[in-house]
Design a protein around this ligand. Structure first.
Ligand SMILES: NC(=O)c1ccc[n+]([C@@H]2O[C@H](COP(=O)([O-])OP(=O)(O)OC[C@H]3O[C@@H](n4cnc5c(N)ncnc54)[C@H](OP(=O)(O)O)[C@@H]3O)[C@@H](O)[C@H]2O)c1
Length: 259
């Protein structure tokens, strides 16, 4: 019964923001599991280089695009239309954050955060529906996985108003789209990561002893590791996770809910 329940060989996946941080953790995990992975991010050179590196362990293809713009989403969508007519897994991971005091929070930063964190996952999923439907079946649904945040589950200490609101937004959007797509055998779930070292969180780790201090505030006493993120995506993408839809899964060492 349990044999091969995490098997993913032969599937195709897209990971936005797959060039570094959490997206790279996910892309690497999927490539090593035998998935043909497309990664996308703005900096073309970096995206190409990362894809070439990951291809040492399997198959990874770079399609650079700026997902804060409609033309960037269109470009990625049309490239995938020809390169992946059947798409089993879409990971909407690319994200951006902005922090500023409430009185000074700039409207243009608010718009940018929402464009990347909420609008892009919505429009990219919309655009890729034909390929997701082509891969979906009652036995083995296609999977959409949106990367939210625990900042969308509880009020964060940082003054990142647009970010926390966008993450609460992507959680609810995931449930809403799950409801719309369940009849097509496409599951939609969100992962709400806690603290993972990445460029986005680099500033928190800069002082000596910072990681230890941060870890001691997390119930499981450590920050996130690449396998925590890759493992959750592999679960949600495989037969093991095929009955899960409309869920928001915290992967945070208990940070958002435990004491
Ligand atoms: N790290 C954490 O602790 C944490 C916690 C909770 C949630 N998250 C979420 O996890 C996701 C990944 O975050 P991260 O920490 O890995 O951040 P990161 O290190 O800053 O990586 C962000 C990725 O997204 C890409 N990206 C940014 N803006 C883009 C755009 N307009 N178009 C296309 N790609 C774009 C970046 O590449 P380019 O710059 O080249 O475009 C990069 O590949 C985000 O959704 C974030 O909110 C992170």
């Amino acid at each position: 019964m349990g044999e091969g329940i995490f098997e993913l060989k032969g599937k195709s996946a897209v990971v936005t923001g797959g060039s570094r941080g959490i997206g790279l953790m996910i892309a690497e995990g999927l490539v090593k599991a035998g998935v043909r992975v497309f990664i996308s991010s703005r900096k073309a050179e970096v995206c190409d280089e990362v894809a070439a590196n990951l291809s040492k362990d399997g198959e990874c293809i770079s399609i650079p695009a700026d997902l804060s713009t409609a033309s960037g989403i269109d470009h990625l969508g049309s490239e995938l239309e020809s390169q992946a007519p059947e798409l089993h897994i879409l990971v909407n991971n690319a994200g951006t954050a902005w922090g500023a005091p409430l009185e000074e929070y700039p409207p243009e930063s608010f718009n940018k955060v929402w464009a990347v964190n909420v609008q892009a996952p919505f429009h990219l999923t919309q655009k890729l529906l034909p390929q997701l439907k082509a891969a979906a079946s009652p036995e083995d649904p296609a999977r959409v996985i949106n990367i939210g945040s625990i900042d969308g589950l509880r009020v964060p200490a940082l003054e990142n108003y647009a970010y926390s609101a966008s993450k609460a937004g992507i959680h609810q959007l995931s449930r809403h789209m799950a409801s719309a797509l369940v009849g097509h055998f496409i599951t939609v779930n969100a992962i709400a990561p806690g603290l993972f070292p990445s460029r986005m969180t680099k500033f928190m780790f800069e002082n000596e002893g910072a990681e230890q201090a941060l870890a001691s505030a997390i119930p499981l006493q450590r920050v996130g590791r690449p396998e925590d993120m890759a493992g959750t995506v592999i679960f949600l993408s495989s037969r093991a996770g095929s009955y899960v839809t409309g869920a928001v899964i915290p992967v945070d060492g208990g940070a958002a809910t435990l004491r």
